[in-house]
Design a protein around this ligand. Structure first.
Ligand code: ZN
Length: 88
């Protein structure tokens, strides 16, 4: 079975680790308390978001506008699992 591949827009999995950056979810929504994790997002999307202000999509499907705070949150277990499966 083939897992969803967020890299299919360009580049290969071999460069995945350099294209991902751990970010802190700072989403301020009513139901956000359960989601205080650092998610993995493609670095190019983070750069784009910084310019456009548009939200990014993490490996786990989480969508939010990334902030600049240092990450003091645990890595999202879903992102970590997907990331490791892709890097393998
Ligand atoms: Zn995540």
């Amino acid at each position: 079975m083939a897992p969803a591949d967020p890299t299919e827009q360009g580049g290969g999995t071999s460069t995945l680790d350099r294209e991902l950056e751990e970010l802190l979810s700072r989403e301020q929504v009513d139901d956000g308390d359960h989601d205080r994790f650092a998610h993995y997002v493609r670095k190019e999307k983070i750069v784009e978001s910084a310019v456009t202000g548009k939200p990014v999509i993490a490996l786990c499907g989480k969508v939010w506008v990334p902030g600049r705070d240092p990450s003091k949150f645990p890595v999202c277990p879903t992102c970590k699992e997907i990331y490791e499966s892709l890097a393998d």
